[in-house]
Design a protein around this ligand. Structure first.
Ligand code: BGC
Length: 520
């Protein structure tokens, strides 16, 4: 998320500041960034289960779905181009987030957001009017580029503009807007699929221009952030902007800290080479394993392909789209649970509980599908109880993800990296997430065809491994100020031996964790 994790949290120094109109507009625009990302995650699965869409672009898939009822159900959607349609977006997002980090740093957050909005707009338009598969794929690639730019700049903009005390909530707030985007996509798919004439998919895909326009307009209206102005040497401008954003005359303390943070981060040389040092092993582990595991929960099998999956396991088209609306709703509500509980119950509790809950559900779903479809994918008559049980356990699984690995997969990395490696480690985190989102999206239909119900056991295996990692190797970070995070590693049974004394490096760590992110 995508760089949803760009917003550091933790109680640190507090600066005065009001919820000014600037801040509110910022939140709306930031929400659009998350919404668009979620919309793109949610829309493709529904569209690819719509018959008119398949008939037009993927006639082979359409035929195997309809003509030959004896075909192995597990394989009816297996098509390289169909998965390419879904997954091309994530590859584009990965590539553009690398470019976006330089644009965001050199030119400011606004140009990145503007570019993100415009790319989204172009992609949505191309998709909505698509006449051939290449238009679909190029459209998805443009959307992916948009995501790279928006997810790099929006969370940064948010973290630099929002009053400090709201940052923690905003971190998961961004994830919440992703889940809302997924839900909106699911609901729209459900209604657009019913449009006579079978062109509803055009509205589903083209609908992304609404948030794209809001994001574009927002990026034109909003001021550049003080951090970005300081970084580009425009000191007086920066002070004036800070006053207006905070709605206060006296912003000296925060301003001085911003300037100091900027100076310090300029002194950090070779952030990438730094990462290779032994003392950063626990951080590199977090930056690579957390996003890898997040994707290997298998969540995006549900998010991207829920209607296709429900269809495969015997639901009608309408029921499939409806079921994905239900899972989308569960996803949103359970994210709220996380916002409520993350600072009360802690990260580890949510990770461990979520892991156990996901594991149980995956085993039950695999057993249900295996019992009915067997190895050959011939279900025969499907009783109603069967559909209810499968949907119920998929919902319980989605709830578990949405209050554990979903938001925490972004929150935890963002709070454990020390300043001197933060930008590099954060890029790794985002890139690893995108790579494995791509891999899962690309491989799923093929895996379903070959591994059959065992696919759920495959992901269940990873859930066991990641839960063991959390239990033994991830320390609790609840209520730990960012600048004291090193202490947590130093007293950890395993990681302590990697931490050397010089690591404390107190004067490089800063009071205001968020500012370091301007280098991301
Ligand atoms: C993940 C996405 C996923 C979404 C589901 C995010 O945290 O990074 O890959 O689709 O949660 O809500």
């Amino acid at each position: 998320m995508p760089a949803v994790g760009g917003i550091p949290t933790g109680p640190g120094k507090e600066y005065p500041g009001n919820l000014t109109p600037y801040v509110l507009v910022t939140c709306v625009v930031a929400a659009m960034g998350g919404l668009i990302f979620g919309y793109d995650i949610g829309i493709s699965g529904g569209v690819t289960s719509m018959d008119p869409f398949l008939r037009k672009f993927f006639p082979k898939v359409y035929r195997s779905k309809h003509d030959d009822t004896s075909t192995n159900q597990y394989c009816q959607y297996n098509s390289e181009t169909l998965t390419m349609f879904t997954s091309s977006l994530y590859l584009a997002a990965l590539l553009s987030s690398l470019v976006a980090s330089t644009v965001t740093r050199k030119l400011g957050r606004k140009p990145s957001m503007l570019l993100g909005g415009l790319l989204f707009f172009a992609g949505a338009l191309l998709n909505g009017f698509a006449q051939a598969v290449w238009m679909l794929i190029v459209g998805r690639i443009l959307l992916g580029f948009g995501i790279g730019f928006a997810n790099q700049s929006v969370p940064l903009y948010l973290s630099e503009t929002a009053p400090y005390k709201y940052r923690g909530a905003l971190n998961i707030g961004f994830q919440l807007s992703i889940t809302v985007g997924i839900l909106v996509a699911n609901v729209l798919n459900y209604f657009f699929a019913k449009i006579d004439g079978g062109w509803g998919w055009r509205l589903s895909l083209g609908g992304a221009i609404v948030p794209a326009i809001i994001l574009t307009a927002g990026s034109l209206i909003l001021p550049d952030t003080p951090n970005s102005l300081i970084e580009r040497g425009k000191m007086e401008d920066a002070r004036e902007k800070l006053k207006r954003i905070r709605g206060l005359e006296n912003v000296d303390e925060e301003f001085n800290d911003l300037v100091m943070a900027s100076e310090l981060s300029k002194q950090v040389e070779h952030p990438w080479r730094n990462l290779l040092q032994r003392k950063y092993r626990p951080h590199v582990a977090v930056a690579t394993l957390i996003p890898f595991f997040q994707q290997f929960t298998g969540i995006n099998v549900i998010m991207f392909y829920a209607p296709v999956l429900f269809n495969t396991i015997g639901f009608g088209d309408d029921a499939s789209l409806m079921s994905s609306v239900i899972t989308g709703l569960v996803n949103v509500v359970a994210t709220l649970v996380s916002i409520y509980g993350v600072d009360k119950w802690g990260r580890r509790f949510l990770f461990l509980e979520g892991g156990a809950q996901m594991l149980i559900c995956q085993i039950i779903v695999a057993a249900c599908i295996g019992a009915k479809f067997g190895i050959d994918g011939q279900p025969g008559e499907l009783p109603k109880w069967y559909a209810i049980v499968v949907v119920l356990f998929i919902c319980i699984y989605v709830a578990a993800f949405a209050w554990s690995w979903g938001p925490l997969g972004w929150l935890v990395p963002s709070e454990v990296f020390p300043l001197e490696i933060r930008s590099a480690a954060q890029s790794i985190n985002v890139s690893v997430n995108m790579v494995f989102t791509f891999v899962v999206a690309q491989a799923f239909l093929n895996m379903l065809c070959h591994m059959k119900f065992g696919l759920f056991l495959f992901f269940a295996f990873f859930v066991v491994v990641m839960t063991i990692y959390i239990y033994y190797f991830l320390p609790e970070t609840k209520n730990i100020p960012i600048e004291e995070m090193n202490q947590v590693w130093r007293s950890h049974w395993f990681w302590a031996k990697f931490m050397t004394e010089e690591f404390s490096n107190g004067n490089v760590e800063m009071h205001k964790g968020g500012q370091a992110l301007k280098n991301v």
